[in-house]
Design a protein around this ligand. Structure first.
Ligand SMILES: O=C(O)COP(=O)(O)O
Ligand SMILES: [Mg+2]
Length: 224
């Protein structure tokens, strides 16, 4: 999409984006990391669809789900360092930006909208992933799990970003795919848009206060 497609009057000066399941499809890489850990622990592999349903609430919850699923008795703390090594090794295997992301971010930037990433992905993996995908230049800030004492669905990361931009949280549109994104936006008082193509299917996308549920990322540009 060319700059001419930039929205003339995008309603919000700031947009806060979730990462996994919203901007980037990283499920196959995360599934590979989980399966490398499960193999080391002597457990059967799990399919990508199952891992997708575990993504969105951070690495601790992901591994809690995986260990429970496998019947593994070791604690999350015991296996987390090994998992994080696998996560790092798999981070850039095959991540994909969703269709329309690049052009939409470009149009929003051209329209003067400020943007940030607000993810529950471990913070150390966020900058290399954004850089590898060539979308790092669109964001003024990126917060991941571990950067602050709380993560989504707590409102703190959103409020912290709004403060950094010097705007009221009501001026910051949150765009995400999961119940953690919805919870954080509602708790913070941020307007919310959900993408319907994301990972979490265990909540009512249409019943949680989002002002829109979009099937394609570029539909963001049509919001009024
Ligand atoms: O690591 C996760 O749980 C995914 O993070 P995100 O959906 O908040 O980007
Ligand atoms: Mg997500």
């Amino acid at each position: 999409m060319a700059d001419s497609a930039a929205p003339r009057a995008f309603p919000w000066p700031v947009v806060l984006f979730d990462l996994d399941g919203t901007l980037v499809d990283s499920a196959s890489d995360i599934a590979e990391a989980v399966n490398r850990l499960l193999a080391e622990l002597g457990h059967a592999q799990v399919d990508e669809a199952t891992v997708r349903s575990w993504i969105g609430d951070g690495a601790r919850q992901l591994i809690t789900s995986a260990l429970q699923h496998a019947g593994e008795t070791q604690t999350v703390d015991a296996v987390m360092p090994r998992f994080l090594r696998h996560y790092e090794d798999c981070l850039l295997l095959d991540p994909q930006v969703y269709p329309g992301v690049q052009s939409t971010l470009q149009a929003l930037q051209a329209a003067g909208v400020h943007m940030a990433v607000c993810t529950n992905k471990p913070a150390q993996f966020v900058p290399p992933l954004l850089e590898a995908l060539g979308i790092d230049g669109y964001f003024d800030a990126a917060l991941g799990a571990g950067d602050l004492p709380e993560r989504k669905p707590h409102p703190l990361p959103l409020l912290h970003l709004a403060e950094g931009f010097g705007v009221d949280i009501a001026q910051c549109l949150m765009v995400g795919d999961s119940v953690a994104d919805a919870g954080a936006a509602i708790a913070a008082g941020a307007p919310l848009v959900l993408v319907a193509y994301g990972y979490r299917r265990d909540f009512d996308l249409h019943g949680c206060g989002a002002r829109a549920v979009i099937d394609r990322f570029d539909q963001l540009l049509e919001l009024r």
